[in-house]
Design a protein around this ligand. Sequence first.
Ligand code: NAD
Length: 246
Amino acid sequence: MQLKNKVAIVTGAKQGIGLGIALALAKAGCHVVVSDLDQTGCDKAATKIKKPGIKTLAVACDVAKKSEVDNLISKTLKEFGRLDILVNNAGIFPFVPFADMTEADWDKVQEVNLKGAFLCAQAAVKKMKAGSKIVNISSIASLVGFEGLVHYCASKGGVNGFTRALALELAAKKINVNAVAPGAIETPGATTAMTKEMRQGTIAAIPWKRMGTPDDIAQAVVFLASNQADYITGQVLVVDGGWTLR
Ligand code: NAD
């Protein structure tokens, strides 16, 4: 897949799926803006994806804060003069039983996972030209329920609705908006707190009999960010090794 000289922003890109996406976009020829909560994390990730002919920019940004999102977009435009691809990847998934879930727990998850995508997309769209792509990272939790993740499941269901409605509005501008819904992926956020038993249980539920890798997700994102996907918009592409098939 060729994305030579395109300019892409990836949020939540210092580790996990976001870093995998940044690496794959750079491999496909994109200049990549690496964004995450802390500058040091962004700098380290940018160093990891650096390669000849590829420019990187590291910008700290909390996607839930409009002023920081506006700064991310304006720094990108200042450095590269254009923005072709936005990947809304930043997300949190703190397990909390519903009975114990506080209003603050609920708000935090919606602010990062759903409002973050809204803020980034709205600021990006103002600068994007025809042929640009937005890819939102949803989750299979948008399609099936997970105990302890009521707020997360709601936020990712929201991401799917956001994807469809925005795709419709941006069709006139010829900007594609799609989502990728990962299953269980090996990332620091997902696996650090997993016991051996939890891991075995997860793998047992996946027909492919393994957890996914960040690159499994990144390849789907690279496709949706490419011209090969020009006629695909408003879709949610499930990448889960078959988890949701039964
Ligand atoms: P992760 O925790 O390993 O990485 C997420 C990154 O997002 C971190 O670097 C974190 O610092 C950053 N982040 C958190 N809040 C942020 C904010 N307010 N602004 C900017 N950055 C912020 O998680 P991951 O597993 O790589 O998840 C990435 C995305 O994939 C998330 O949207 C998640 O919901 C989704 N997802 C993950 C899985 C999985 O199994 N790993 C499954 C389905 C969906």
